[in-house]
Design a protein around this ligand. Sequence first.
Ligand code: FES
Length: 362
Amino acid sequence: MASKEIVTRVWIEPGCIVCDACETASPTVFHVTDDTCVIRPEALTPDFLKPISESVVDAAAECPVDVIKFETVTAEVGDEVAAPAEAGAGVVVAVAPAPVKAAAKSHDKPVPKQAEPVAAAVSKEAVQASMAGGGDPAIQALLRAATARGGSAGILRKASEIPESVQAMKRQNPSQLPPDARQAKVVEAAQKSKQNPDMQRRAFVGGAALAVGWVTFGVGTGVACGPAFLRFMMPNVLEEPDPRVRVGKLQRYAEMAPGEVNEDFKSQGIWMIRTEDRVAALNIICTHLGCIPNWLPNDRKFKCPCHGSGYQPDGINFEGPTPRPLERFRVYVEDGIIVVDKSKKYQYELGQWDMPGSYLEA
Ligand code: FES
């Protein structure tokens, strides 16, 4: 029963100088890219590392900057392992180690190379078949370990397995890769985006689409908010309606009986009235607090519904709280039509009802 240090985990710490020494020593475990060195995905499992532990130890020993670290366990190899092969077989191949007995330990520094594990004889034909890329996978792995310094098996592996290994690494979830492998993937993706004209074209198209989107948003916002914005920027001018109201011919009102009221233009704030000898235009606003009185033809008075003020047909107040008569608007005839100008008012208490413009001769 023999014991052997078996590598169960290997990793690369920061500081790789990309010297190729590790891949030369253990090409199935290490892959040196243009920028760094990574652990191949398949080499992340203890089962893969067991038969090629020595090559990992060699790689760590060869590393000039000591960034290759690994953990080992001590395993005992069973009696089923055979003696060295017969003369002529030419190759010594390790077989599966016995169950692990010792606790795992980490190696910050490479451990000295140990003696070759107990080996079994393998036929020359099997080795040749494995070197040609076929045959037993276990034999192929051990051949790679045995020829880690650049033997023909390693060359065969490089030709047939590296592309698949790289593809496997690319397919792997980046979060499951060792730190250096993640960094290598990032660098590789950045280089590809620089070199790939199709990606550049897609980036350009994406940028152009974003720009078009923003322009469309800006134009749409301008169209929707433009009028409101312009109105906001304009001076805040109160636009009053035309104060002049054309109420018809003088004859129409001259024919009314004295004391009669025409309400045709009440909606425009005007009562046309007829007194003994005049036609005038009364303002319909109550002089108390601004309500609109009603004309009561049967009572022949204007009655305010708010506080009860009452006005005679000529507009003189006679009841209720209002302090003064209704107001009159300026009236004049233009082209045979009476025009009421509401911008000019006449007040009885000021003696203005006899002023020119406050009435028309009936
Ligand atoms: Fe007309 Fe008061 S508002 S009586």
